[in-house]
Design a protein around this ligand. Structure first.
Ligand SMILES: Nc1nc2c(c(=O)[nH]1)N=C([C@H](O)[C@H](O)COP(=O)(O)OP(=O)(O)OP(=O)(O)O)CN2
Ligand code: ZN
Length: 144
């Protein structure tokens, strides 16, 4: 089981759920300024996704924990992330860096949440790439 202390988010929503999971993926950063990161290599990414809301659905869930994991794990586990359509070797704003993978996870989760009538929101994506490196992505207040 993953046990971490995550950054606290200050908000006034009634419900907050968090889902931890991990996935293994390969990537490279296609820019000469990134040194050894230019070579294909792999990570076991650990992620924590925070979802908030005011209302529960017909099953008493804010969002099913399993759905949150499936959205990301099915797509990115055991893949080369550079080959996913979310990323590009030509656009630096779509290189699979920790920051951009975290933002992409947010976008995929929020896209799913937008299909739900009770309007849950993703407030934070914590993405750990190595034992010593992680990113916390939080959408701007207007995007939440
Ligand atoms: N801001 C970012 N910096 C770096 C990224 C990134 O995605 N965003 N990525 C890398 C490398 O690809 C690598 O995956 C991680 O690098 P690093 O933390 O340096 O890994 P180490 O295990 O070598 O670090 P130690 O300091 O030895 O723990 C680099 N930078
Ligand atoms: Zn890497």
């Amino acid at each position: 089981m993953i046990q971490q202390i995550y950054p606290f988010i200050n908000h006034n929503y009634t419900y907050e759920i968090n889902k931890d999971f991990h996935f293994a993926a390969a990537h490279y950063i296609p820019h000469q300024d990134t040194g050894k990161c230019q070579s294909m290599h792999g990570h076991t990414y650990f992620t924590n996704i925070t979802i908030v809301g005011e209302e529960l659905n017909h099953t008493g869930f804010l969002v099913d924990f399993k759905q949150i994991k499936n959205l990301i794990h099915k797509r990115f586990d055991h893949v080369v992330m550079n080959q996913d359509v979310a990323f590009s070797d030509h656009n630096p704003n779509a290189f699979p860096t920790t920051e951009i993978v975290a933002r992409t996870i947010y976008e995929l989760v929020q896209e799913y949440l937008d299909t739900l009538s009770h309007s849950p929101r993703c407030m934070q994506v914590y993405l750990r790439e190595t034992p010593s490196s992680y990113c916390v992505y939080r959408p701007k207040k207007g995007d939440r």
